[in-house]
Design a binder for this molecule. Structure first.
Ligand code: DX5
Ligand code: ZN
Length: 215
């Protein structure tokens, strides 16, 4: 069974309660939350007031994707919300090893995210210390973008790297995940599918979540 983490970025921000109820009553494993700062990415989404409110209402573990500079400044605050996973960008962390260690010390799982142009080989020396690698299959910042094809081969290369190092890291893919790309990603070795517009834009989101889980 594939792990499914719907992205709240495509939810109805005027009625988050309804969308969180939908997630709570669905087969979704986690809820993916995209925090953007307008500096690391050319968009601003939401921050801690929203994260804290959602954390209280959502029964699924939160998988928080920080598209911000200096994410290490927010480790304690993120842990306080009860988030299960903190994903930080490789490109935003000068001292990634220290940041991963601090995320663990704060009681959360640590994910490292790669932009589409960042090769998986840069993870060689940290792959055994992380719980998940998040491969961006679009340039981060916006929902509803076109899937970058190279991610299929990149997922295979990451799977090989994880196996060679005996790492337990999960592979998560985020961006343009829908009916056509999802099965190919799972076949390539992806464990966790993030999906925003495909899930929340569907007439029956719970059915879409169920279909993704069955892959
Ligand atoms: C983009 C975010 C994604 C976004 C995906 O920067 O990281 O999580 O919500 O949206 P879709 O699934 O619509 O591509
Ligand atoms: Zn994301």
């Amino acid at each position: 069974m594939t792990i499914v983490s719907p992205s709240m970025l495509s939810a109805n921000f005027l009625d988050l309660q309804s969308d969180i109820d939908m997630i709570n009553n669905s087969e979704a494993d986690w809820l993916h939350m995209d925090v953007m700062d307008g500096v690391f990415v050319p968009n601003i989404s939401f921050g801690f007031p929203v994260l804290e409110a959602v954390a209280k209402a959502c029964k699924k573990p939160l998988d928080v994707h920080f598209m911000i500079v200096n994410p290490e400044r927010y480790i304690a605050q993120t842990a306080k919300t009860g988030a299960m996973m903190m994903n930080v960008h490789y490109e935003a962390c000068t001292h990634l090893s220290r940041t991963v260690q601090e995320i663990h010390e704060a009681g959360m799982k640590a994910g490292v995210t790669l932009n589409p142009s960042t090769p998986v080989s840069c993870l060689e020396d940290i792959i055994c210390d992380v719980d998940m690698v998040l491969l961006m299959s679009v340039n981060p910042g916006f929902g509803g973008q076109k899937f970058i094809e190279n991610t299929i081969e990149k997922t295979k290369r990451l799977r090989k790297l994880i196996t060679e190092h005996g790492s337990n890291a999960l592979i998560q893919v985020d961006g343009g995940v829908q009916g056509k790309t999802a099965p190919r990603l799972v076949a390539a070795g992806c464990d966790v599918l993030v999906s925003g517009s495909y899930v929340f834009g569907a007439p029956n989101p719970q059915e879409i979540i169920r279909q993704l889980k069955d892959l």
